[in-house]
Design a protein around this ligand. Sequence first.
Ligand code: ZN
Ligand code: ZN
Length: 256
Amino acid sequence: MEIIDTHCHLYLADFTEDIEGVLQRADIEGVTKFYLPAVDSETTEQLISLEKRFPGQCIAMMGLHPCSVKENFEEELQIAEQWLSRRKFAAVGETGLDFYWDKTFTAQQYTAFRTQVGWAKKYNIPVVIHSRQSTPECIDVIKEMHDASLTGIFHCFGGSLEEARQITELGFYLGIGGVLTYKNSGLAGVIEKLPLDNMVVETDAPYLTPVPFRGKRNESAYLTYIAQKIAVVKNTSVEAVSAITTENAQQLFGMP
Ligand SMILES: [Zn+2]
Ligand SMILES: [Zn+2]
């Protein structure tokens, strides 16, 4: 059984002490591939070097996180685009809008998001979208910039059934993570009514740790708790969830 963690920040300082153990524990659970979204230039070196250390296993994306969109965002975008022009990345990301933490730079977040969706189109790679408290707004940007080739993931999806349908109609996938295991998220009721064909799974490690480890550091081995919860909600087997979400991820990112 193989399963892909489509979104984890294993290059962050939280993992420097025990990254080998993290990958080993993941391997035992069948989690064999890790897609690494970028945050900003401060951690690019760690991102690239982790990919170098575990080639074919740890795979980098490139982009600017909406929470890192500040006064210097144009400079940050320039650095990210330089990387994209120089070598191949699995996706642009993570990008999007975050209205949960801070709304000071809302206009700049929009500019940075649209710019990065443009890169996804230019380089013909998927875009990975962070839409915290901004799912309808992110959908609007994708609708406005949509073309036949544009695809990607609404990572850590937490929206409504109607939003989920709009996203999948646009040819995008729903990234399902630890939030599904939280009692009051309401996400299970949404997932129940959606086909697995539009889902990929993710941990967003070190964040959003699933139950029963909520409150502790998240790591990719815990992806199994998310797959198990999906299996329960969809009344199917973990094997089926693994097989379908793995195929979806391969379809999206391309076979290595
Ligand atoms: Zn995110
Ligand atoms: Zn993330």
